[in-house]
Design a protein around this ligand. Sequence first.
Ligand SMILES: [Zn+2]
Length: 340
Amino acid sequence: MKKLLFLTALIILNGSLFAQTLPCANDSLQYRYSLADPNYHSQRQSYIERINDYRQNPPTGSFIDYGDPSTALDLGCRTTRYVIPVVIHINHDTLVQVTDTQVYQQLQILNDAFLPFNVQFCLAKKRPNGIGFNGINRFSSIHNPTDNESANQMVNLTNVAYYNPSKYLNIYVVKEILENGQPSGYIGYNSNYPFQNYLDGIVLLHTRFGDSTSCYDCGPLAGGSRGKVLVHEVGHYLGLFHIFEGSCTGGNTAGTCDKEGDLCCDTRPVLGPLGSCNIDTSIRSCLNYHLSIPENRSNYMEYSGEACMTNFSPDQVSIMHASLELYRSGLIRTENVIIS
Ligand SMILES: [Zn+2]
């Protein structure tokens, strides 16, 4: 009985934290997949093994050369190792007015986070039919793509617009993310880890797209959007789990820290999500962890709130690079970057 009460209290505590801070629907969507797909756990396990093989024996010569800078891409969009063409699909209506400026600012925030790790996101230059455009695709609400749970929402969104996910990163900016027809409190999600074959893309609430200085719906900067939610979701897209994955059993020894939890030995396992930048959460520390490393409260894959999210750990970066090379190589191939 005591155990049940503890679990109930934990769920309530986590629920309140999720409500206040940075909830993404990633875990609830993955849980739904795990119930429906008998291969879910074996695919996840082989991902972990492949990633670790790659990390232990990284191939030489994998650096991608994008060649002559006078080709299709904008100057400045080939400054790094991995270039990913992006299309922003905006569910546009009288209540959701996302400007081009807001898109450019969000991309800048994304690149500020990833460029130090040799990953760059560039707005696509051509639609799948070869016609040029600016990487921004607006569609009307007539299809009502928000009026469903996240898994169904992806179906609706991709029915409206879905560029080949092996060539483009599809990002959808929507009015609402509902669960069971009700407002969910979720502000975004990544629909598909690199090792999965579900519909592939990232969904963001329009009030969390970009920075409060360019987004009139995003609230005052102190409590409003800083464009970090997309950084977090792209972390999932490139294979990262939350740093609280697995709670205190998530890789809590030197022998398991790269195989359990978030697969990172340089992020300390924690009981659950943090919930804010400053809250005293000493009870959530996992005391048996083999390294005396402090909790990383400012990690992008934490739920600490946008104001204090500033870093990826070296192990997280190695996972993202391995995911790109092993699972998303179509995106970053030179010929794709040039023609997309
Ligand atoms: Zn998340």
